[in-house]
Design a protein around this ligand. Sequence first.
Ligand code: ADE
Ligand code: ZN
Length: 338
Amino acid sequence: MNLIELAANAPKAELHLHIEGSFEPELMFAMARRNGVKLPFASVEEIRKAYNFSNLQEFLDIYYQGMSVLLYSQDFYDLTWAYLQRAAEDNVIHTEIFFDPQGHTERGVKFSDVIGGISRALADAKQKLGISSKLIMCFLRHLSEEDALSTWEEAQPFLSLIDGVGLDSSEVGHPPSKFKNVFTLARQAGLHLVAHAGEEGPPEYVWQALDELQVERIDHGNRALEDRKLVKHLADSGMCLTVCPLSNLKLCVIDDMSKHPIRKMLDAGLKPMLNSDDPSYFGGYVNDNYAAVITALNLTRDEVTALLINSFTGSFLSAEQKADALEKLNSYLTRSTA
Ligand code: ADE
Ligand code: ZN
């Protein structure tokens, strides 16, 4: 077995996945037809051809357009179920999923339909696929904090279905500090906290996410490497970074996979792990991300093992559940020769 196969067959967690970013063009087209929504593309091929981005904003413009097809609870169920079935093929046994309620409620879709459909699929995945999950509600950072606070209010009846809050969308110009109040409310409610930081934005945004929002994980974190003091702080605190190599390539955060900072992160004592971010848009699910960095950087077995371990230790599973998952991984690794 080579290292790519070793990683592909390993039990793993995915901790950075936007459910709306797993919307495959085939399902998007079928749903557009059944919902009577007109897409600005004539075919699946035309949609795929449009997936050429030179930065985060170009991607987000198309991502929000794709979402417009999602109207009813069943749509959110079908979207989530499709991802979970695909994740099972990649031996994902635990996933922590982001959703963007504001991308839907601002179009008149009911919050209860969004979260109802997603949650039903997550419950079915536990039953039928043996995949456990957490659900993380993201605030769109290009909108105001008042808007995020209204969404927080709307979410109150459903807090038992929500494990954490996050921050996504256009990073530059929208620092984490803008969302300090809503994150404080989420923290007081006992939710987990994460934020996208250092994808396109400067190291200062990573500091703000840590100090002002008090996040437990950094999503991406690539640009943290520009600040030595920050790297030391992240290493000393054991902070997990949810890293997304194919996303970084597609959004021109890096210009070649051989320049991906994943090894630098590991060498600096950080705790990165690998994810697909928006797999339908970026050309690959989680195993494709492992394969891409293993190939481009010639990762060692120890490095791949560290990434797989971090996928569980960085999760919001309980200590007991983490120990269980790590035991599964360890027993797999001792049986496998690569
Ligand atoms: N929303 C979906 N994917 C995202 C990403 N990679 N960065 C910021 N916001 C996002
Ligand atoms: Zn993301």
